[in-house]
Design a protein around this ligand. Sequence first.
Ligand SMILES: Cc1cc2nc3c(=O)[nH]c(=O)nc-3n(C[C@H](O)[C@H](O)[C@H](O)COP(=O)(O)OP(=O)(O)OC[C@H]3O[C@@H](n4cnc5c(N)ncnc54)[C@H](O)[C@@H]3O)c2cc1C
Ligand code: FES
Length: 342
Amino acid sequence: MTASYKIEIQQTGDSFDCAADDAILRGGQRAGLGLSYDCNVGGCGSCKFEVVEGEIENMWEDAPGLNPRDVKRGKLLACQCRPKSDAVIKMITMDEFVPQTNPQRFAGKLEMIRDLTSDIREFRFKSANGFSSFQPGQYALLNLPGVEGGRAYSMSNIGNDDGSWEFIIRLVPDGKGTNALFKLNEGDEIEIDGPYGMAYLRTDAPRDIVCIGGGSGLAPMLSIARGVAAADGMDDVKVHLFYGARGPQDLCGEEELKALGQSADRFIFYPAVSIPEMAEEAGWDGFVGFVHEFVRESIGEDKLPNHEIYTCGPPPMINAVMQMAAVDAKVPPLQIHYDSFL
Ligand SMILES: Cc1cc2nc3c(=O)[nH]c(=O)nc-3n(C[C@H](O)[C@H](O)[C@H](O)COP(=O)(O)OP(=O)(O)OC[C@H]3O[C@@H](n4cnc5c(N)ncnc54)[C@H](O)[C@@H]3O)c2cc1C
Ligand code: FES
């Protein structure tokens, strides 16, 4: 049996048991505590902490989430450190990070693989213990054979009773995780750890929804749309789903949105193509440009504050969306929910 250690948070006096092979952040989340985090993969720095007492192992010394000043001050990332003894730590905790469902680690069997474009695939895993409780828009960590550290992927489906976890994943040339994943066959098993993430569907928000996804960011946007279709009390909410790809052949998601059986003026798909040469070559007569510009043009800056905004994708796209929504259109920060795919 794996040893476990007691971790105490100095500021609050809260404590939890963390398995010796688990990250401090995830051990705390499993115990239902609101330890601060965002990406879970060492990239953002939201889970910084300091060790007051005890021995900690750093699994990824060069993680980009720490700058040289942090390192000098002895800061560490809770998503990249595991305990080697009981410990007392200093770390930010907040109610907003308290998990809606405490994350679990479980075996997931790959049940289905489907090509959506030349480099984007849909994967469906089935959890061995039947667990599949998560909010639309959340993500899980996939631990892949021979790959150091879990990789974060947003679910494209919604929580269910049959143990299904679906993902839409883009192959990254030279990416260790995606190359290992794209080599898996149906029937193979990996470890899944989730759910995590704060960019989940707010079912109590009365506003229409704008979803903005780019490249690999389709999955959580579909999950949000599926969540709205399934939620009680959201029948009057419209979903505007904007999806940006390089060329017309890289677009996907429209069929999946249509399959929800909602009227075409309630769930609306807005495809954008960013590379003019690819658009021209394919005879594309839709929008050409960055996806956030399509949002500005179609919804209008003046109307954007009347919407709840969900966005996921590469960091430059998220920065552009934040500039357009939070700065230019002055959408209140609590109405914007995002995951940057670091
Ligand atoms: C919240 C979130 C949700 C995401 N959802 C999706 C999605 O739905 N679809 C999709 O296609 N992509 C998604 N991504 C991106 C995805 O997690 C990967 O970054 C991407 O697939 C590239 O992975 P790779 O292993 O192929 O590339 P690599 O370049 O090998 O790895 C990059 C990723 O691995 C982490 N990493 C690298 N080395 C280590 C190490 N030694 N220890 C721990 N971590 C390490 C990095 O922080 C980075 O996240 C998401 C990212 C985040 C943060
Ligand atoms: S949550 Fe640990 S670095 Fe992002």
